[in-house]
Design a protein around this ligand. Structure first.
Ligand code: SAM
Length: 253
């Protein structure tokens, strides 16, 4: 019997590859697969590197990525228990401010999930409001303004910031809020890094490029791509880099 076993590995492996290729052809399944893989890698990296802090998601809609983050933030019993923060209008996208908010899919009011439904979805996945997660409802132009909310209504320390609010104007407000929270070793992810308009660089990438013009304390080391659309970075304190090194090393999807 034992002598036949090695012969089975080849066919089983090609069956596995074939199944994966078929599943990836269904785009929704692929979306989930790559995002899950991102959260697995990010939470393990933060744990392994001893980076403390919470998870903050900017753009939560129907809690798909929020629930993935919950699952992977608690994948191992030795992982520190991180609070998950959901920042969303719970009314969908705000109206465009400028041409940098252009994209065929970005329409005011799109992707609205009201807060009660959001809680039902989270609690259906076993998450407890207050001890596992908290929401910060409202448009970022209101909630993320300096001093708009009391300090205890916002995270103190962030280890993973997941930006999934599509628009340039929304991402600009998020990045301005995140500026004082940037720390060596944390991860910043953009779900819509490669979502741009036909005639312009719009959306999250446009906002981040502008932000980099005004932020020279940190280097953003490419970490993981998220399928064709997303990108993530590990934040590095420039004072710890030899010379003024800014080269991009180790980019893989
Ligand atoms: C692409 S959806 C998020 C998808 C979500 N991560 C998921 O997995 O289901 C974009 C979300 O960003 C929110 N959003 C965009 N701009 C916003 C702003 N300026 N203030 C508050 N929420 C905003 C929308 O309400 C919407 O829920």
């Amino acid at each position: 019997m034992a002598k036949f076993l090695p012969g089975l590995f080849g066919p089983l492996n090609s069956l596995r590859k074939d199944l994966r290729a078929r599943l990836l052809r269904d785009n929704r399944w692929a979306d989930d697969w790559y995002r899950r893989e991102f959260f697995r890698a990010a939470f393990y990296a933060l744990h392994f590197n001893g980076i403390a802090g919470d998870y903050a998601e900017f753009g939560c809609h129907d809690a798909k990525t929020f629930r993935m983050a919950y699952r992977w933030s608690r994948a191992h019993r030795r992982m520190p228990k991180r609070m998950l923060w959901a920042f969303d209008s719970f009314q969908g996208l705000p109206p465009a401010e400028t041409g940098k908010d252009d994209h065929p899919a970005w329409v005011a009011g799109a992707m609205a999930t009201d807060e009660a439904r959001f809680h039902r979805l989270c609690q259906g996945a076993g998450m407890r409001q207050g001890s596992d997660y908290r929401t910060v409802p409202g448009f970022y132009s209101d909630t993320l303004r300096p001093g708009a909310l009391p300090a205890d209504a916002l995270p103190r320390e962030i280890a993973l910031a997941y930006i999934d609010c599509d628009l340039h104007s929304s991402t600009r407000d998020v990045l301005n809020y995140l500026r004082p929270h940037l720390r060596h070793g944390m991860v910043v992810a953009f779900d819509d890094w490669h979502c741009i308009a036909a005639g312009a660089i719009s959306g999250e990438r446009a906002a981040f490029l502008e932000f980099l013009e005004t932020e020279d304390r940190f280097h953003f080391l490419p970490f993981r791509g998220i399928d064709w659309y997303g990108m993530s970075f590990v934040v590095e304190d420039r004072r710890l880099l030899p010379g003024r090194a800014t080269e991009m090393i180790g980019y893989r999807t």
